[in-house]
Design a protein around this ligand. Structure first.
Ligand SMILES: Cc1cc2nc3c(=O)[nH]c(=O)nc-3n(C[C@H](O)[C@H](O)[C@H](O)COP(=O)(O)OP(=O)(O)OC[C@H]3O[C@@H](n4cnc5c(N)ncnc54)[C@H](O)[C@@H]3O)c2cc1C
Length: 512
Protein backbone atom coordinates (compact mmCIF):
# COMPACT_ATOMS: atom_id res chain seq x y z
CA UNK A 1 0.00 0.00 0.00
CA UNK A 2 1.34 3.48 -0.85
CA UNK A 3 2.17 5.65 2.13
CA UNK A 4 -0.33 8.21 0.84
CA UNK A 5 -3.14 5.65 1.36
CA UNK A 6 -2.05 4.66 4.86
CA UNK A 7 -2.80 6.40 8.13
CA UNK A 8 0.00 6.75 10.65
CA UNK A 9 -0.08 7.45 14.38
CA UNK A 10 2.94 9.68 13.95
CA UNK A 11 4.43 11.33 10.87
CA UNK A 12 8.01 12.53 11.33
CA UNK A 13 9.76 14.97 8.99
CA UNK A 14 13.48 14.22 8.90
CA UNK A 15 15.57 11.17 9.81
CA UNK A 16 18.28 12.93 11.82
CA UNK A 17 19.05 12.63 15.50
CA UNK A 18 15.72 14.13 16.64
CA UNK A 19 13.51 12.33 14.10
CA UNK A 20 15.44 9.07 14.41
CA UNK A 21 15.15 9.02 18.21
CA UNK A 22 11.41 9.76 18.03
CA UNK A 23 10.84 6.97 15.49
CA UNK A 24 12.91 4.60 17.59
CA UNK A 25 11.13 5.19 20.90
CA UNK A 26 7.62 5.43 19.46
CA UNK A 27 7.90 2.29 17.34
CA UNK A 28 9.33 0.37 20.27
CA UNK A 29 6.16 1.30 22.15
CA UNK A 30 3.98 0.00 19.31
CA UNK A 31 3.15 3.18 17.37
CA UNK A 32 2.89 3.12 13.56
CA UNK A 33 5.33 5.69 12.32
CA UNK A 34 6.18 7.26 8.99
CA UNK A 35 9.49 9.07 8.54
CA UNK A 36 9.77 11.33 5.50
CA UNK A 37 13.36 12.17 4.57
CA UNK A 38 14.46 14.49 1.77
CA UNK A 39 17.76 12.65 1.35
CA UNK A 40 18.69 9.02 0.82
CA UNK A 41 21.10 6.60 2.49
CA UNK A 42 24.67 7.82 2.35
CA UNK A 43 26.57 5.14 0.41
CA UNK A 44 29.40 3.43 2.29
CA UNK A 45 32.27 3.91 -0.17
CA UNK A 46 35.95 4.88 -0.38
CA UNK A 47 35.08 8.57 -0.79
CA UNK A 48 33.64 8.63 2.75
CA UNK A 49 37.23 8.93 3.95
CA UNK A 50 38.63 11.02 1.10
CA UNK A 51 39.68 14.54 2.08
CA UNK A 52 39.32 15.57 -1.55
CA UNK A 53 35.77 14.22 -1.87
CA UNK A 54 34.55 15.50 1.50
CA UNK A 55 36.32 18.85 1.87
CA UNK A 56 37.30 19.98 -1.64
CA UNK A 57 34.61 18.49 -3.89
CA UNK A 58 31.98 18.67 -1.10
CA UNK A 59 30.53 15.49 -2.51
CA UNK A 60 28.10 14.99 0.38
CA UNK A 61 27.29 18.60 1.31
CA UNK A 62 24.01 20.02 0.10
CA UNK A 63 24.29 22.17 -3.03
CA UNK A 64 21.63 24.45 -1.61
CA UNK A 65 22.35 28.16 -1.23
CA UNK A 66 21.06 30.18 1.69
CA UNK A 67 21.53 33.92 2.25
CA UNK A 68 23.15 35.78 5.12
CA UNK A 69 21.81 38.96 6.73
CA UNK A 70 23.19 41.12 3.90
CA UNK A 71 21.66 38.94 1.22
CA UNK A 72 24.92 37.27 0.20
CA UNK A 73 24.44 33.66 -0.90
CA UNK A 74 26.40 30.94 0.85
CA UNK A 75 26.54 27.17 0.69
CA UNK A 76 25.89 25.81 4.21
CA UNK A 77 27.88 22.85 5.47
CA UNK A 78 24.78 20.76 6.04
CA UNK A 79 23.98 17.19 5.04
CA UNK A 80 20.72 15.68 3.81
CA UNK A 81 20.89 11.92 4.38
CA UNK A 82 19.28 9.29 6.58
CA UNK A 83 21.03 10.21 9.85
CA UNK A 84 21.14 13.92 8.94
CA UNK A 85 24.14 15.90 10.13
CA UNK A 86 25.13 13.16 12.55
CA UNK A 87 26.52 11.18 9.58
CA UNK A 88 29.43 13.64 9.76
CA UNK A 89 29.48 14.42 13.46
CA UNK A 90 32.39 13.97 15.83
CA UNK A 91 30.23 11.75 18.08
CA UNK A 92 30.97 13.82 21.21
CA UNK A 93 27.88 13.06 23.28
CA UNK A 94 28.15 15.39 26.24
CA UNK A 95 25.49 16.30 28.81
CA UNK A 96 24.75 19.95 29.40
CA UNK A 97 25.52 21.11 32.91
CA UNK A 98 23.03 21.57 35.74
CA UNK A 99 23.81 25.32 35.52
CA UNK A 100 22.92 25.36 31.80
CA UNK A 101 19.31 24.62 32.79
CA UNK A 102 19.31 27.69 35.05
CA UNK A 103 19.92 31.39 34.47
CA UNK A 104 23.63 31.72 33.77
CA UNK A 105 25.40 35.08 33.70
CA UNK A 106 27.83 35.50 30.82
CA UNK A 107 30.15 38.35 29.95
CA UNK A 108 27.77 39.57 27.24
CA UNK A 109 24.44 38.85 28.93
CA UNK A 110 22.25 36.18 30.38
CA UNK A 111 21.65 32.66 29.20
CA UNK A 112 18.00 31.94 30.07
CA UNK A 113 16.62 29.25 32.36
CA UNK A 114 15.03 26.18 30.80
CA UNK A 115 11.45 25.15 31.58
CA UNK A 116 12.80 21.97 33.19
CA UNK A 117 15.59 21.38 35.67
CA UNK A 118 18.66 19.24 35.06
CA UNK A 119 17.45 16.83 37.76
CA UNK A 120 14.19 16.24 35.86
CA UNK A 121 16.00 15.91 32.54
CA UNK A 122 18.77 13.57 33.79
CA UNK A 123 16.86 10.26 33.40
CA UNK A 124 16.43 11.06 29.69
CA UNK A 125 20.17 11.65 29.40
CA UNK A 126 20.66 8.15 30.85
CA UNK A 127 18.47 6.71 28.10
CA UNK A 128 20.03 8.93 25.41
CA UNK A 129 23.52 7.71 26.33
CA UNK A 130 22.29 4.13 26.15
CA UNK A 131 20.67 4.71 22.76
CA UNK A 132 23.77 6.39 21.36
CA UNK A 133 26.20 3.95 22.98
CA UNK A 134 28.31 6.60 24.70
CA UNK A 135 31.76 5.79 26.11
CA UNK A 136 33.02 7.74 29.11
CA UNK A 137 34.29 7.66 32.68
CA UNK A 138 31.96 9.01 35.36
CA UNK A 139 33.57 11.16 38.04
CA UNK A 140 36.48 12.51 35.96
CA UNK A 141 34.93 15.75 34.70
CA UNK A 142 35.46 18.43 37.37
CA UNK A 143 32.03 20.00 36.75
CA UNK A 144 30.14 16.82 35.92
CA UNK A 145 26.44 17.09 36.69
CA UNK A 146 24.91 14.38 38.91
CA UNK A 147 24.37 11.07 37.08
CA UNK A 148 22.73 7.85 38.15
CA UNK A 149 25.56 5.51 37.24
CA UNK A 150 28.43 4.75 34.88
CA UNK A 151 28.42 5.41 31.14
CA UNK A 152 27.09 2.56 28.98
CA UNK A 153 30.68 1.86 27.85
CA UNK A 154 34.07 2.67 29.40
CA UNK A 155 36.09 5.58 28.02
CA UNK A 156 37.97 4.74 24.82
CA UNK A 157 41.34 5.79 26.33
CA UNK A 158 43.96 8.09 24.86
CA UNK A 159 46.73 7.39 22.42
CA UNK A 160 50.22 7.97 23.93
CA UNK A 161 50.59 11.50 22.49
CA UNK A 162 47.28 12.59 24.01
CA UNK A 163 47.99 10.83 27.30
CA UNK A 164 51.27 12.77 27.45
CA UNK A 165 49.44 16.04 26.89
CA UNK A 166 46.89 15.14 29.57
CA UNK A 167 49.74 14.51 32.00
CA UNK A 168 51.40 17.84 31.19
CA UNK A 169 48.05 19.63 31.54
CA UNK A 170 47.58 18.09 34.97
CA UNK A 171 51.01 19.36 35.97
CA UNK A 172 49.75 22.87 35.12
CA UNK A 173 46.67 22.42 37.31
CA UNK A 174 44.25 21.74 34.42
CA UNK A 175 41.87 18.79 34.88
CA UNK A 176 41.42 17.04 31.51
CA UNK A 177 39.05 14.09 31.27
CA UNK A 178 37.82 11.54 28.74
CA UNK A 179 35.50 13.10 26.19
CA UNK A 180 32.17 11.19 26.20
CA UNK A 181 31.98 9.76 22.70
CA UNK A 182 29.57 7.52 20.76
CA UNK A 183 31.58 5.15 18.59
CA UNK A 184 31.40 1.38 18.29
CA UNK A 185 34.61 0.77 20.21
CA UNK A 186 33.53 -1.73 22.87
CA UNK A 187 34.42 -5.44 22.88
CA UNK A 188 33.50 -6.83 19.46
CA UNK A 189 32.77 -3.34 18.08
CA UNK A 190 33.56 -2.30 14.49
CA UNK A 191 35.51 0.91 15.16
CA UNK A 192 39.16 0.84 14.11
CA UNK A 193 39.99 4.27 15.61
CA UNK A 194 40.89 5.85 12.27
CA UNK A 195 41.68 9.51 11.53
CA UNK A 196 38.55 10.02 9.45
CA UNK A 197 35.75 10.23 12.01
CA UNK A 198 35.00 13.84 13.01
CA UNK A 199 33.82 15.61 9.84
CA UNK A 200 33.66 12.39 7.77
CA UNK A 201 31.03 9.68 7.39
CA UNK A 202 32.03 6.22 8.59
CA UNK A 203 32.62 3.70 5.82
CA UNK A 204 32.38 0.88 8.37
CA UNK A 205 29.16 1.99 10.05
CA UNK A 206 31.20 2.15 13.27
CA UNK A 207 30.22 5.68 14.25
CA UNK A 208 27.08 5.76 16.37
CA UNK A 209 25.18 8.22 14.21
CA UNK A 210 21.41 8.52 13.92
CA UNK A 211 21.18 6.08 11.01
CA UNK A 212 23.13 3.37 12.81
CA UNK A 213 21.76 3.75 16.35
CA UNK A 214 18.28 5.19 15.92
CA UNK A 215 16.71 4.81 12.47
CA UNK A 216 18.09 1.34 11.65
CA UNK A 217 16.83 -0.26 14.87
CA UNK A 218 13.49 1.60 14.50
CA UNK A 219 12.98 0.05 11.05
CA UNK A 220 13.64 -3.40 12.51
CA UNK A 221 10.45 -3.11 14.61
CA UNK A 222 8.45 -3.42 11.35
CA UNK A 223 6.29 -0.50 12.49
CA UNK A 224 8.20 2.25 10.73
CA UNK A 225 7.98 3.22 7.07
CA UNK A 226 10.77 5.42 5.74
CA UNK A 227 10.24 7.31 2.50
CA UNK A 228 13.36 8.74 0.90
CA UNK A 229 14.17 11.52 -1.55
CA UNK A 230 10.94 13.16 -0.49
CA UNK A 231 10.90 16.77 0.59
CA UNK A 232 8.16 17.99 2.89
CA UNK A 233 6.91 21.31 1.52
CA UNK A 234 4.47 22.30 4.24
CA UNK A 235 2.13 21.21 6.99
CA UNK A 236 -1.58 21.48 6.22
CA UNK A 237 -4.10 22.42 8.92
CA UNK A 238 -7.87 22.05 9.30
CA UNK A 239 -10.11 25.08 8.87
CA UNK A 240 -9.95 25.92 12.57
CA UNK A 241 -6.17 26.16 12.25
CA UNK A 242 -5.78 24.16 15.47
CA UNK A 243 -4.89 20.80 14.00
CA UNK A 244 -2.41 19.60 11.41
CA UNK A 245 -4.16 17.19 9.04
CA UNK A 246 -1.33 16.26 6.71
CA UNK A 247 1.89 17.15 4.97
CA UNK A 248 2.40 18.16 1.39
CA UNK A 249 5.40 16.35 -0.04
CA UNK A 250 7.36 16.49 -3.25
CA UNK A 251 8.98 13.43 -4.79
CA UNK A 252 10.26 13.27 -8.38
CA UNK A 253 8.55 16.61 -9.10
CA UNK A 254 5.23 15.12 -8.02
CA UNK A 255 3.27 16.56 -5.14
CA UNK A 256 1.29 14.38 -2.75
CA UNK A 257 -0.41 14.62 0.62
CA UNK A 258 0.22 12.29 3.54
CA UNK A 259 -2.13 12.08 6.53
CA UNK A 260 -1.57 11.17 10.15
CA UNK A 261 -2.52 11.79 13.74
CA UNK A 262 0.53 13.42 15.32
CA UNK A 263 3.16 15.36 13.34
CA UNK A 264 6.79 15.91 14.27
CA UNK A 265 9.02 18.44 12.57
CA UNK A 266 12.58 17.11 12.95
CA UNK A 267 14.12 18.75 9.90
CA UNK A 268 16.94 20.47 11.84
CA UNK A 269 16.82 23.90 13.49
CA UNK A 270 17.03 25.91 10.28
CA UNK A 271 14.86 23.69 8.08
CA UNK A 272 12.19 23.17 10.75
CA UNK A 273 11.86 26.94 11.14
CA UNK A 274 11.72 27.33 7.35
CA UNK A 275 9.11 24.55 7.07
CA UNK A 276 6.84 26.09 9.68
CA UNK A 277 7.24 29.49 8.04
CA UNK A 278 6.41 27.96 4.63
CA UNK A 279 3.25 26.42 6.14
CA UNK A 280 1.66 29.86 6.61
CA UNK A 281 -2.06 29.89 5.87
CA UNK A 282 -5.10 32.06 6.60
CA UNK A 283 -5.19 31.10 10.28
CA UNK A 284 -1.44 31.33 10.64
CA UNK A 285 -0.43 34.21 8.37
CA UNK A 286 3.15 34.32 9.70
CA UNK A 287 3.78 30.60 9.80
CA UNK A 288 2.72 27.80 12.15
CA UNK A 289 3.72 28.54 15.72
CA UNK A 290 4.09 32.26 15.22
CA UNK A 291 0.65 33.50 16.25
CA UNK A 292 1.20 33.60 20.00
CA UNK A 293 4.74 34.84 20.22
CA UNK A 294 6.31 35.94 16.92
CA UNK A 295 9.30 33.88 18.12
CA UNK A 296 9.45 31.27 15.33
CA UNK A 297 12.82 31.40 13.59
CA UNK A 298 14.24 33.83 16.14
CA UNK A 299 17.03 33.23 18.69
CA UNK A 300 19.06 31.25 16.18
CA UNK A 301 22.32 30.09 17.76
CA UNK A 302 25.26 28.08 16.46
CA UNK A 303 28.07 28.54 19.05
CA UNK A 304 31.27 30.50 18.81
CA UNK A 305 33.57 27.81 17.44
CA UNK A 306 37.30 28.00 16.79
CA UNK A 307 39.60 25.27 15.52
CA UNK A 308 43.13 25.54 16.90
CA UNK A 309 46.36 23.91 15.77
CA UNK A 310 49.12 23.91 18.39
CA UNK A 311 52.24 23.17 16.40
CA UNK A 312 55.68 21.96 17.37
CA UNK A 313 57.62 22.71 14.14
CA UNK A 314 60.10 19.85 14.59
CA UNK A 315 58.16 17.12 16.37
CA UNK A 316 55.57 14.97 14.64
CA UNK A 317 52.29 14.14 16.34
CA UNK A 318 51.79 10.44 15.62
CA UNK A 319 48.23 10.33 16.91
CA UNK A 320 45.48 8.79 14.79
CA UNK A 321 42.26 9.22 16.79
CA UNK A 322 42.67 12.52 18.58
CA UNK A 323 39.13 13.22 19.80
CA UNK A 324 39.43 11.66 23.23
CA UNK A 325 40.24 14.53 25.59
CA UNK A 326 38.04 17.27 27.01
CA UNK A 327 38.61 20.27 29.29
CA UNK A 328 35.91 22.00 31.32
CA UNK A 329 38.06 24.04 33.70
CA UNK A 330 36.89 27.28 32.06
CA UNK A 331 33.26 26.35 31.49
CA UNK A 332 31.71 27.82 34.66
CA UNK A 333 33.61 29.76 37.33
CA UNK A 334 37.29 29.72 36.42
CA UNK A 335 40.61 31.30 37.29
CA UNK A 336 40.92 33.26 34.04
CA UNK A 337 37.87 35.52 34.02
CA UNK A 338 34.89 36.12 36.34
CA UNK A 339 32.45 34.66 33.79
CA UNK A 340 32.05 31.41 31.81
CA UNK A 341 34.38 30.97 28.83
CA UNK A 342 33.51 27.62 27.26
CA UNK A 343 34.65 24.10 26.52
CA UNK A 344 37.81 22.74 24.88
CA UNK A 345 37.88 19.31 23.28
CA UNK A 346 40.13 17.32 21.00
CA UNK A 347 39.37 17.77 17.32
CA UNK A 348 39.47 14.90 14.86
CA UNK A 349 43.04 14.80 13.54
CA UNK A 350 43.48 17.54 10.93
CA UNK A 351 45.05 16.71 7.59
CA UNK A 352 46.72 19.22 5.27
CA UNK A 353 44.00 18.92 2.62
CA UNK A 354 41.27 19.74 5.13
CA UNK A 355 43.01 23.02 5.89
CA UNK A 356 43.83 23.99 2.30
CA UNK A 357 40.14 23.52 1.41
CA UNK A 358 39.38 26.50 3.67
CA UNK A 359 42.55 28.54 3.13
CA UNK A 360 43.38 27.92 -0.54
CA UNK A 361 46.14 30.57 -0.71
CA UNK A 362 48.41 28.56 1.60
CA UNK A 363 49.96 25.61 -0.29
CA UNK A 364 48.80 22.14 0.71
CA UNK A 365 52.35 20.88 1.36
CA UNK A 366 52.82 23.56 4.03
CA UNK A 367 49.45 22.76 5.59
CA UNK A 368 50.37 19.10 5.56
CA UNK A 369 53.69 19.88 7.24
CA UNK A 370 51.87 21.74 10.01
CA UNK A 371 49.08 19.17 10.35
CA UNK A 372 51.60 16.35 10.89
CA UNK A 373 53.14 18.34 13.74
CA UNK A 374 50.06 19.76 15.39
CA UNK A 375 47.72 18.89 18.23
CA UNK A 376 44.27 20.08 17.23
CA UNK A 377 41.50 21.47 19.41
CA UNK A 378 37.89 22.53 19.09
CA UNK A 379 37.14 25.54 21.28
CA UNK A 380 33.46 26.20 21.80
CA UNK A 381 31.70 29.00 23.68
CA UNK A 382 28.05 29.77 24.18
CA UNK A 383 26.38 32.31 21.92
CA UNK A 384 23.37 33.93 23.56
CA UNK A 385 19.81 33.95 22.22
CA UNK A 386 19.05 37.18 20.37
CA UNK A 387 15.65 37.63 18.71
CA UNK A 388 17.33 39.51 15.87
CA UNK A 389 19.40 36.44 15.01
CA UNK A 390 16.77 34.67 12.99
CA UNK A 391 15.71 32.44 10.13
CA UNK A 392 13.35 33.98 7.59
CA UNK A 393 12.29 33.22 4.04
CA UNK A 394 13.07 35.60 1.22
CA UNK A 395 10.34 36.36 -1.31
CA UNK A 396 11.77 33.69 -3.64
CA UNK A 397 11.56 31.10 -0.83
CA UNK A 398 15.30 31.05 -0.11
CA UNK A 399 16.31 30.60 3.52
CA UNK A 400 17.90 33.67 5.07
CA UNK A 401 20.11 33.26 8.13
CA UNK A 402 20.49 36.66 9.77
CA UNK A 403 23.15 36.13 12.39
CA UNK A 404 25.57 38.36 14.26
CA UNK A 405 27.91 36.62 16.70
CA UNK A 406 27.72 37.62 20.36
CA UNK A 407 29.55 36.77 23.59
CA UNK A 408 32.71 36.96 21.49
CA UNK A 409 34.94 38.49 24.15
CA UNK A 410 34.65 35.39 26.35
CA UNK A 411 35.35 33.15 23.35
CA UNK A 412 38.40 35.13 22.28
CA UNK A 413 39.72 35.04 25.85
CA UNK A 414 39.35 31.27 25.96
CA UNK A 415 41.13 30.89 22.62
CA UNK A 416 43.92 33.16 23.81
CA UNK A 417 44.24 31.39 27.14
CA UNK A 418 44.28 27.92 25.57
CA UNK A 419 46.95 29.12 23.13
CA UNK A 420 49.02 30.30 26.10
CA UNK A 421 48.67 26.92 27.78
CA UNK A 422 49.67 25.14 24.58
CA UNK A 423 52.77 27.32 24.25
CA UNK A 424 53.69 26.50 27.83
CA UNK A 425 53.38 22.81 26.93
CA UNK A 426 55.95 23.21 24.15
CA UNK A 427 53.91 24.14 21.08
CA UNK A 428 55.27 27.55 20.05
CA UNK A 429 53.19 28.03 16.92
CA UNK A 430 49.43 28.51 17.30
CA UNK A 431 47.08 28.74 14.30
CA UNK A 432 43.37 29.36 14.77
CA UNK A 433 40.35 29.59 12.55
CA UNK A 434 37.00 30.89 13.78
CA UNK A 435 34.05 29.20 12.11
CA UNK A 436 31.78 31.44 10.06
CA UNK A 437 28.09 31.37 9.18
CA UNK A 438 28.54 28.55 6.65
CA UNK A 439 29.44 26.19 9.51
CA UNK A 440 25.94 25.60 10.79
CA UNK A 441 26.79 22.31 12.46
CA UNK A 442 25.54 23.35 15.91
CA UNK A 443 22.46 25.20 14.65
CA UNK A 444 19.75 25.47 17.31
CA UNK A 445 17.16 27.60 19.07
CA UNK A 446 14.75 28.62 16.31
CA UNK A 447 11.64 27.28 18.08
CA UNK A 448 12.56 27.37 21.74
CA UNK A 449 10.54 25.56 24.36
CA UNK A 450 9.22 27.32 27.44
CA UNK A 451 6.37 27.83 29.86
CA UNK A 452 4.94 31.01 28.36
CA UNK A 453 3.33 31.03 24.89
CA UNK A 454 4.17 34.72 24.62
CA UNK A 455 7.92 34.11 24.72
CA UNK A 456 8.36 30.57 23.37
CA UNK A 457 7.22 28.58 20.32
CA UNK A 458 6.91 25.18 22.03
CA UNK A 459 5.61 23.94 25.34
CA UNK A 460 7.92 21.88 27.54
CA UNK A 461 7.07 18.71 25.58
CA UNK A 462 7.99 20.39 22.29
CA UNK A 463 4.38 20.88 21.16
CA UNK A 464 3.78 24.02 19.12
CA UNK A 465 1.68 26.20 21.45
CA UNK A 466 -0.71 27.21 18.69
CA UNK A 467 -1.53 23.69 17.48
CA UNK A 468 -2.88 20.54 19.11
CA UNK A 469 -0.80 17.91 17.31
CA UNK A 470 2.38 19.48 15.95
CA UNK A 471 5.71 18.97 17.73
CA UNK A 472 9.24 20.14 16.89
CA UNK A 473 11.88 17.66 18.03
CA UNK A 474 15.31 18.61 16.79
CA UNK A 475 17.87 21.23 17.80
CA UNK A 476 15.20 23.95 17.36
CA UNK A 477 13.85 23.51 20.89
CA UNK A 478 17.02 24.60 22.73
CA UNK A 479 16.45 27.89 24.63
CA UNK A 480 20.21 28.30 25.03
CA UNK A 481 23.06 26.84 23.02
CA UNK A 482 25.22 26.18 26.11
CA UNK A 483 28.88 25.52 25.37
CA UNK A 484 28.46 21.85 24.48
CA UNK A 485 27.75 19.72 21.42
CA UNK A 486 23.97 19.39 21.05
CA UNK A 487 23.15 15.88 19.81
CA UNK A 488 22.84 14.00 23.13
CA UNK A 489 20.44 16.65 24.44
CA UNK A 490 18.34 16.42 21.25
CA UNK A 491 18.07 12.65 21.73
CA UNK A 492 17.20 13.08 25.43
CA UNK A 493 14.39 15.52 24.59
CA UNK A 494 13.13 13.12 21.88
CA UNK A 495 12.99 10.32 24.45
CA UNK A 496 11.14 12.63 26.83
CA UNK A 497 8.63 13.76 24.20
CA UNK A 498 8.09 10.16 23.06
CA UNK A 499 7.33 9.03 26.60
CA UNK A 500 4.91 11.91 27.00
CA UNK A 501 3.14 11.04 23.73
CA UNK A 502 2.96 7.36 24.61
CA UNK A 503 1.57 8.00 28.08
CA UNK A 504 -0.76 10.90 27.35
CA UNK A 505 -1.50 11.44 23.69
CA UNK A 506 -1.32 8.46 21.37
CA UNK A 507 -4.54 6.54 21.03
CA UNK A 508 -3.44 3.35 19.35
CA UNK A 509 -0.07 2.36 20.75
CA UNK A 510 0.18 -0.77 22.82
CA UNK A 511 1.31 1.31 25.77
CA UNK A 512 -1.53 3.82 25.54
C1 LIG B 1 30.99 18.01 10.94
C2 LIG B 1 30.04 17.97 12.11
C3 LIG B 1 30.53 17.59 13.36
C4 LIG B 1 29.65 17.54 14.44
N1 LIG B 1 30.10 17.06 15.63
C5 LIG B 1 29.24 16.89 16.67
C6 LIG B 1 29.64 16.24 17.85
O1 LIG B 1 30.76 15.78 17.99
N2 LIG B 1 28.72 16.11 18.84
C7 LIG B 1 27.44 16.60 18.72
O2 LIG B 1 26.66 16.48 19.65
N3 LIG B 1 27.06 17.22 17.60
C8 LIG B 1 27.90 17.35 16.58
N4 LIG B 1 27.48 17.92 15.41
C9 LIG B 1 26.11 18.46 15.37
C10 LIG B 1 25.07 17.36 15.26
O3 LIG B 1 25.37 16.54 14.16
C11 LIG B 1 23.70 18.01 15.12
O4 LIG B 1 23.48 18.84 16.24
C12 LIG B 1 22.58 17.03 15.05
O5 LIG B 1 22.85 16.02 14.11
C13 LIG B 1 21.30 17.77 14.67
O6 LIG B 1 20.24 16.87 14.63
P1 LIG B 1 18.79 17.34 14.21
O7 LIG B 1 17.91 16.17 14.38
O8 LIG B 1 18.48 18.61 14.92
O9 LIG B 1 18.89 17.78 12.68
P2 LIG B 1 19.58 17.19 11.37
O10 LIG B 1 20.74 16.34 11.68
O11 LIG B 1 19.80 18.38 10.50
O12 LIG B 1 18.47 16.27 10.73
C14 LIG B 1 17.40 16.78 9.99
C15 LIG B 1 16.97 15.78 8.94
O13 LIG B 1 15.82 16.29 8.27
C16 LIG B 1 15.97 16.18 6.85
N5 LIG B 1 15.18 17.26 6.27
C17 LIG B 1 15.44 18.58 6.31
N6 LIG B 1 14.44 19.28 5.70
C18 LIG B 1 13.54 18.36 5.27
C19 LIG B 1 12.31 18.45 4.56
N7 LIG B 1 11.78 19.65 4.20
N8 LIG B 1 11.66 17.30 4.24
C20 LIG B 1 12.16 16.08 4.62
N9 LIG B 1 13.33 15.94 5.28
C21 LIG B 1 14.01 17.08 5.63
C22 LIG B 1 17.47 16.29 6.64
O14 LIG B 1 17.87 15.69 5.43
C23 LIG B 1 18.02 15.55 7.87
O15 LIG B 1 18.16 14.17 7.64
C24 LIG B 1 28.30 17.94 14.29
C25 LIG B 1 27.82 18.30 13.04
C26 LIG B 1 28.67 18.30 11.95
C27 LIG B 1 28.12 18.68 10.60
Amino acid sequence: MAVTDKFYDVVIVGAGVGGGAMANRLANAGARVLVVERGNYLPREADNWSVKAVFHDKKYTTQELWRDKSGNAFNPSTFYFVGGNSKFFGAATVRFRKEDFEVLEHEAGVSPAWPISYEDFAPYYDEAERLMGTHGTAGEDPIEPPRSGPYPHPAIGHEPEIEAIAKKLRSKGVQPFSLPIAIDRHEGGKCIRCATCDGFACKLGAKNDAEVRLVGPALKTGLVDLVLDTKVLRFLTDTSGKKVTGIEVEQDDQKNTIHGDIFISAAGAINSAALLLRSANQKHPNGLGNNSSDQLGRNYMAHNNTAMMAIHPFRKNGVTFQKSLCINDFYLSNNVRPYPLGNVQGLGKLQGGMLSANVPFIPEWLMDHFAKRSVDWWIMSEDLPDPENRITLDSDGTIRVSYTSNNLKAHQELVKHWGKIMRSLGYPLILTQKMDITVSMHQCGTARFGTDPATSVLDQYSRVWDLDNLYVVDASFLPSSTGFNPSLTIVAQAVRVSEHLIANVLRSTTAA
